[in-house]
Design a binder for this molecule. Structure first.
Ligand SMILES: Cc1cc2nc3c(=O)[nH]c(=O)nc-3n(C[C@H](O)[C@H](O)[C@H](O)COP(=O)(O)OP(=O)(O)OC[C@H]3O[C@@H](n4cnc5c(N)ncnc54)[C@H](O)[C@@H]3O)c2cc1C
Length: 477
């Protein structure tokens, strides 16, 4: 949905095919948004829709060590507790406003691609013709499999049951660790039902466990099943970690869980999926609209694959730290001590909240490749926040030097030039204060593509790389 919205903002003719009838989602999946995801939504002017529905709180953590980001230089120096169902509903309403058609209760069953497009076969017998197809179809992605994209990684080392149910007995609330992993019992919002997560004694697969499996898991850990009954949700997840070897096979791309799966430790999956979409959307739009060559799509893989790989690594590390044996407990304690120190806390907090993402766009000013901070600017038309300039998902050349300088006429139809003043400090998470630039070229995803040092050195190259070759201007007579 995030990708469809990004494409729609760029006036691309886009459609979603979705097996589900609506956004109803039984049981728990993602529990919230990290800071960078909230920023990304703020860049599109929709963060408030999420903030009013959820609960602002410190959410980031590593191996159950809370990582406070309240001292970080961002407007959203927190996370947002909001269940995936709520997140999906808000996104669905936005996609609806942008008039993106959703073909619901239909499945993609197959596709074939040629030099000019992709024929997508649907379960209702119809075929859709598209220039590109993006598989946002989850961890078991049919599109990934049919495209022949490998999904290498690690088989599960542990499996967990997750359930919502009632209990006749009063359970032992809270967390418990043993040599199999962790187990937790918590009251649900209605005060009646219980949410439980429990590592199983043996690794099991298949996400349709039985009530018998749940009872067995409870007895193995607590010695009783607490009279568990009226189970409204029961599922299984594992710490399997796999990542698509390639995020693109000609006209077929992957995003979200279709591109990477891992344990929920650290709460990263939905967050990086949304950020994949925001990285890909404007690039795909420019290729579809013919302003950029297809090679721009290679930067999607180059930028996002390392982020997915890092999340696989940190989720595997966290699963390992969750083991209940004495040596792991000692290691966990050591890790906790480290994360209480300021510098490690800042680095890990920036990583887990997505605020440290740095795409490799070459050497130079620290802003290059990093997220543009949401500064309070003074423009000709009054005070403006940087993020409001990105609402339309169009690139911005922010000129903080002499107004009217930096000629970008050959890109004028594609890049907005904004003359502005900013007198405050430039501060980045973890890095702290950085030298004030005289101009910045900001991509639609909020990452800085070029930094001015008082000259326009490198600007034309950056504009060409990211927003296509210059338009040929007609000479006025
Ligand atoms: C227990 C648990 C806890 C989690 N906690 C967190 C957390 O705290 N934070 C976090 O960020 N993430 C968390 N996650 C991960 C998060 O749920 C996923 O990363 C996220 O849902 C991925 O989104 P997606 O759109 O890529 O894939 P999905 O959510 O799987 O969506 C794929 C969609 O494609 C549709 N589809 C599939 N195949 C087809 C087809 N052939 N044709 C048509 N439609 C199709 C499906 O119906 C589905 O709606 C958790 C996951 C689990 C299991």
């Amino acid at each position: 949905m995030m990708l469809a919205a990004e494409l729609a903002l760029a006036r691309v003719d886009v459609a979603i095919v979705e097996r589900r009838a609506n956004q109803d989602l039984v049981g728990a999946r993602a529990g919230g948004l990290h800071s960078r995801t909230i920023e990304v939504l703020d860049q599109r002017g929709i963060a408030d829709r999420f903030l009013t529905e959820g609960k602002v709180m410190q959410l980031a953590g590593f191996a159950m060590n809370p990582l406070d980001i309240s001292d970080f230089p961002t407007r959203h120096n927190y996370g947002l507790a909001l269940r995936q169902e709520g997140i999906e509903r808000i996104l669905a309403a936005w996609v609806d406003e942008l008039t993106v058609p959703i073909h619901r209760e239909r499945e993609v069953t197959d596709f074939s691609q040629d030099d000019t497009g992709v024929d997508v076969e649907l379960s209702d017998g119809r075929t859709l013709r598209a220039k590109y197809l993006v598989g946002c179809d989850g961890g078991r992605s049919l599109i990934r499999k049919k495209a022949g994209i490998d999904f290498p990684g690690w088989d599960p080392s542990t499996s967990y049951l997750i359930a919502e149910a009632e209990m006749t007995g009063e359970p032992e609330w809270g967390m418990r660790r043993d040599d199999k992993g962790f187990h937790g019992l918590a009251k649900l919002e209605d005060g009646k039902r219980v949410r439980m997560v429990s590592s199983e004694q043996h690794v099991r697969r298949g996400d349709e466990p039985t009530l018998g499996d749940l009872r067995e898991a409870l007895v193995a850990v607590y010695g009783t099943d607490y009279g568990v009954h009226n189970v409204t949700y029961l599922s299984r997840f594992t710490d399997m970690a796999r990542q698509a070897a390639s995020y693109r096979e000609r006209r077929v791309l992957l995003a979200g869980d279709a591109a990477h799966v891992h344990s929920p430790a650290g709460g990263q999956g939905l967050n990086i999926g949304v950020q994949d979409a925001v990285n890909l959307g404007w690039k795909l739009a420019q290729v579809v609209n013919g302003t950029s060559p297809e090679s721009l799509l290679d930067t999607y893989q180059a930028e996002r694959h390392p982020i997915g790989a890092r999340v696989l690594k940190t989720s595997m590390a966290q699963t390992a730290l969750n083991r209940g044996d004495d040596r792991t407990a000692a290691l966990r304690e050591t890790m906790s001590e480290l994360l209480e120190m300021d510098e490690p806390r800042k680095r890990y907090a920036a990583m887990m909240s997505g605020l440290d993402i740095h795409y490799d766009l070459g050497t130079g000013h620290p802003l290059l490749g990093r997220r543009m901070p949401d500064l309070e600017l003074v423009t000709e038309s009054g005070p403006r926040r940087v993020f409001t300039l990105l609402h339309d998902a169009r690139p911005v050349l922010l000129n903080l030097g002499e107004p009217g300088t930096l000629d970008i006429a050959p890109w004028a139809g594609r890049v907005q030039r904004v003359d502005a003043r900013y007198a405050g400090v430039w501060e980045l998470p973890v890095l702290g204060a950085v030298a004030a630039p005289t101009a910045v070229l900001i991509r639609p995803d909020g990452h800085v593509a070029w930094v001015g040092d008082g000259t326009d050195h490198g600007l034309r190259d950056a504009l060409t790389t990211w927003f296509g070759p210059p338009a040929v201007l007609r000479q006025s007579r």
